[in-house]
Design a protein around this ligand. Structure first.
Ligand code: PRP
Ligand code: URA
Length: 209
């Protein structure tokens, strides 16, 4: 699908299956989400721009590869985005972090914002928005809108599961933002949940209902 990268690495798919299983505990779900996020991070950063720097190894001087440009921004859509954020920061500890507090109104399925905090110079950085679930995409669309208002221009969206309806909505609103996901599921149900999905990601991470 245009603009969508499905990360179907065997380790990602294996861990995702355990996460989907309703018998997996809260602790297990959280641990797997952190593990899987490092694998997803690896893929979403695969084509980052590089430069070189001069270093001295114990043997000789060399021009060695290093990341170019300003530090990355990981933008976590609260709450569940934080589960992906942790593993991403394990791999890129110098990244800056934006927090976007949104919840989905259960009746209207519209995203309601309650918090926003982002680093400066977003216009000069690559911003990777992280949220495990792209369902209707109302939350993702709102999160990206806010980041664009603050100047972000180079944005990627990373999730675990995406519904076809959410992908279509998101691409309608933000055709310039590529989507990275571990799975494109079948559909949304009448309550806006992803089918087969994994349930409510935030509730499964934190043991709430
Ligand atoms: C979940 C999920 C996304 C959103 C996806 O968050 O983490 O942010 O729903 O649904 P959408 O694509 O239809 O907008 P939720 O609103 O349940 O908040 P929480 O993470 O605080 O539990
Ligand atoms: N949010 C979730 O956490 N799960 C879904 O299936 C849809 C939205």
């Amino acid at each position: 699908m245009n603009g969508v990268t499905v990360i179907n690495h065997p380790l990602v798919q294996h861990k995702l299956t355990i996460m989907r299983d309703k018998h997996t505990s809260t602790a297990g779900f959280r641990r797997l989400l952190r593990e899987i996020s490092t694998l997803l991070c690896y893929e979403v950063t695969r084509d980052l721009e590089m430069t070189t720097t001069t270093i001295e190894t114990p043997i000789t001087e060399m021009e060695a590869p290093t990341l170019a440009g300003k530090k990355l921004v990981f933008a976590s859509v609260l709450r569940a985005g934080n589960g992906l954020l942790e593993g991403m920061l394990d791999l890129v500890p110098a990244a800056r972090v934006a927090h976007i507090g949104l919840y989905r109104d259960p009746k209207t399925l519209q995203a309601v914002e309650y918090y926003f905090k982002a680093p400066d110079s977003l216009d000069e950085r690559l911003t990777i928005v992280v949220d495990p679930m792209l369902a209707t995409a109302n939350s993702a669309i709102a999160a990206v809108e806010r980041l664009k208002e603050r100047g972000a221009k180079d944005i990627r969206f990373l999730c675990l599961l995406a519904a076809p309806e959410g992908i279509a909505n998101f691409q309608g609103a933000h055709p310039d933002v590529p989507i990275f996901t571990a799975s494109i599921d079948k559909q949304l149900n009448e309550k806006g949940y992803i089918v087969p999905g994994l349930g409510d990601a935030g509730d499964r991470m934190y043991g709430t209902k």
